[in-house]
Ligand binder design. Structure first.
Ligand code: G
Ligand code: G
Ligand code: MN
Ligand code: NA
Length: 249
């Protein structure tokens, strides 16, 4: 309850921040984009989104927080594109946001308001959220895709998606859950299976949670497209991320 009232005040005061974790092309090391991650400092302490996002979901505050995240990410992507060059930014979308009937319209309005090219926005949705109600989410995903936004399935491999099921989904990217990246190189079965599935469906692949040079090497050899994790970089404040964008152009 204290967390809930703190969160309400934070929403009103907009006292959140986004940090940006770089993603690189596995083959070349070239910067390919960022994942935006929300941060909240409350009464002097950093509260993890793993703790407050569930509360925001339960209370419905996620709708307003999610809108702020989208706005901030699009504002940043547009500024970087104008000042340096086009770099995609990925944003996490929670269950309740995706289920909101106004979600695709919101995304369209935010892109327009900030003059953001749709291809610079990627939406990350977890496999379990999509799977829980595919029929319900499919029209929304199709509308988002029609805007030109890219869709990534986050934490992939933790659910039970089949080839048949994935084929009908309008998605562009599979993000291999970091638990399976963590198993590399000694237990590569799941990572191998996900990469084979993605290649079969012409989907791009991102490995998240890459922490060691051995993992990076295995993934590059196995044909994973993009790498993300502490080995490459921790999530960065906007200014530090911008410095990376600058050197990439
Ligand atoms: O950044 P960190 O690893 O602490 O994130 C913990 C969890 O919170 C992850 O599951 C991540 O996807 C989620 N998360 C981070 N930022 C956002 C956000 O802006 N919106 C939503 N819905 N989830 C987020
Ligand atoms: O669920 P999602 O994939 O959105 O979670 C992103 C979270 O993973 C962020 O909180 C981020 O801080 C965290 N993260 C990013 N890279 C690494 C990593 O290499 N190792 C670990 N343990 N966590 C990471
Ligand atoms: Mn994510
Ligand atoms: Na993930």
């Amino acid at each position: 309850l204290r967390l809930e009232s703190g969160l309400r005040e934070a929403v009103a005061a907009r006292s959140f921040e986004l940090v940006y974790q770089p993603k690189i092309e596995a083959a070349s090391g070239r910067l390919t984009g960022f994942e935006a991650l929300i941060r909240w400092r409350h009464e002097g302490a950093a509260i993890s989104p793993a703790d407050f996002i569930p509360v925001a979901e339960d209370t419905g505050l996620i709708i307003e927080i999610g809108r702020w995240v989208l706005e901030e990410a699009c504002r940043t992507a547009t500024r970087w594109a104008l000042d340096h060059g086009p770099v995609p930014v990925a944003v996490n979308v929670s269950a309740r946001q995706l289920a909101d009937p106004g979600f695709s319209r919101l995304v369209e309005q935010v892109l327009q308001r900030h003059g953001t090219p749709a291809r610079l926005l990627e939406l990350e949705i977890t496999e379990t959220v999509i799977m829980k109600d595919v029929r319900h989410h499919l029209p929304t995903l199709n509308r988002l895709r029609a805007l030109g936004v890219r869709i990534a399935i986050d934490d992939f491999g933790t659910g039970y998606s089949s080839l048949a099921y994935l084929r009908q989904l309008p998605v562009d990217v599979l993000k291999i859950d970091r638990s399976f990246v963590n198993d590399l190189p000694h237990a590569p079965d799941i990572a191998s299976t996900v990469l084979a599935l993605a290649q079969r469906l012409l989907l791009s692949t991102v490995a998240e949670g890459v922490e060691t040079a051995e993992q990076r090497h295995w993934l590059a050899e196995a044909g994973c497209d993009v790498l993300q994790g502490y080995l490459i970089s921790r999530p960065l404040a906007a200014e530090a991320a911008e410095a990376m964008v600058m050197t990439a152009f």
